[in-house]
Design a protein around this ligand. Structure first.
Ligand code: KG4
Ligand code: ZN
Length: 357
């Protein structure tokens, strides 16, 4: 099965062609991503209007490139998948409408994919992985622990009560004068800093639920930074190191609880998997390895380029749904908000807990 996937929910314009083989394994035929970071950097964050216009300018060229790289023609495709939300609505409209046009012209089924569902299913594109597994999704917009029970069958075990982890990295970077996007900058500075110099709070530590909270920690970093202004490069490195260490410890604790809740409700997960831009952070990746080892659980970490937003994950989620007989009407609406656990208007047969890989 060959599926073209389109991603335009935030500041990456992306298109990809993936192949899903009969044994359930996946192969990326092409994966073209254009990051708009430099368009948004002067504003210190993603500007929705600029993003939507850039998607309009770039998307058809990227789709051409993805089809060319894959060495495929429209008549070879089995379906067109587009992220239909959640995300910045202008961008979502661009991607979904383009996919509808391609589907209509070539008589192909449209699959309107939930962006979060695509993150959740991506690990199955890179490794043999049965349901049910436990996913840690940490991006600029989302921080969630999710029980992935089957295609279209997700239960959220925990989420952030305020900021997303990536958002906290970005805000800390901004208040320390580091450029956007802040995650990689903070990681780089933290690697040179002393994590013990500042005693930052470890949010939610020991709480029986699996929720996250980042805004108190961010405020603590702000207060400490104000106290030491003007900041030397060493101050900045130490603040970043202290912040990242606090995020790490809090995340490890939240994941321990999440895995415990998973076991109580759904039995032993086949793996702990991670997705989202924050999962590209090396310290966080090492922390996840520790959590998984302690819980005696297999860890599946997609490569960083599949953790951040891309078209392959949308195409793959489309293929996973298409193979189960699902497709969507051409009047499917784009959605700014779309929770994962109300993810899909799913036929009952999707609610399988152990789908065959
Ligand atoms: O998944 P993603 O590419 O886009 C969405 O938000 O959907 O994630 C981007 C987020 C940004 O907040 C960025 O700062 C963060 O992921 N991020 C990182 C790292 N790389 C990206 N955070 C911490 N360390 C990193 N190395
Ligand atoms: Zn994402």
């Amino acid at each position: 099965m060959l599926v073209l996937g389109i991603e335009t929910t935030c500041d990456e314009t992306a298109a990809a062609v993936i192949e899903r083989r009969e044994d359930g394994s996946g192969h990326i035929r092409s994966n073209v991503v254009h990051s708009q970071i430099k368009d948004h950097a002067p504003f210190g964050g993603v500007v929705p209007e600029i993003a939507a216009r850039a998607h309009v300018d770039l998307l058809d060229g990227l789709i051409d490139a993805a089809m060319r790289d894959a060495g495929t023609h429209y008549e070879d495709l089995d379906g067109i998948a587009a992220a239909a939300g959640p995300g910045l609505i202008g961008g979502v409209i661009v991607g979904l409408t383009t996919a509808k046009a391609v589907a209509l012209v070539h008589g192909l089924p449209l699959i309107a994919v939930n962006h979060l569902e695509a993150h959740a299913l991506t690990p199955r594109l890179v490794a043999p992985l049965d349901f049910p597994y436990c996913m840690f999704l940490a991006s600029g917009g989302h921080t969630q622990i999710v029980a992935v029970l089957g295609v279209g069958n997700y239960v959220r075990l925990g989420t952030t009560v305020d900021d997303a982890i990536g958002e906290a990295f970005d805000k800390v970077a901004k208040l320390l004068g580091l450029p956007y996007p802040g995650g990689p900058q903070v990681e780089r500075a933290a690697a040179k800093g002393d994590a013990t110099r500042f005693a930052f709070p470890r949010p939610m530590l020991g709480r029986p639920d699996a929720n996250f909270s980042l805004s108190g920690l961010k405020t603590a970093v702000r207060q400490e930074a104000e106290h030491h202004r003007p900041l030397s490069p060493q101050d900045i490195d130490d603040l970043c190191a202290g912040f990242q260490a606090a995020v790490l410890q809090s995340t490890a604790d939240r994941l321990n609880v999440g895995l415990k809740l998973f076991r109580e409700r759904f039995g032993t997960p086949t793996a702990l998997v991670a997705a989202g831009g924050v999962a590209a952070n090396r310290a966080i990746r090492a922390g996840l390895e520790e959590v998984a080892a302690k819980a005696n659980t297999r860890l599946v970490l997609p490569p960083p380029e599949l953790c951040t937003d891309n078209g392959a994950m949308i195409a793959w989620a489309g293929a996973e749904r298409l193979v189960l007989g699902a497709s969507d009407a051409l009047d499917t609406a784009p959605r700014a908000r779309w929770k994962l656990d109300e993810s899909t208007a799913t036929p009952a047969q999707f609610a399988n807990t152990r789908a065959n890989f």
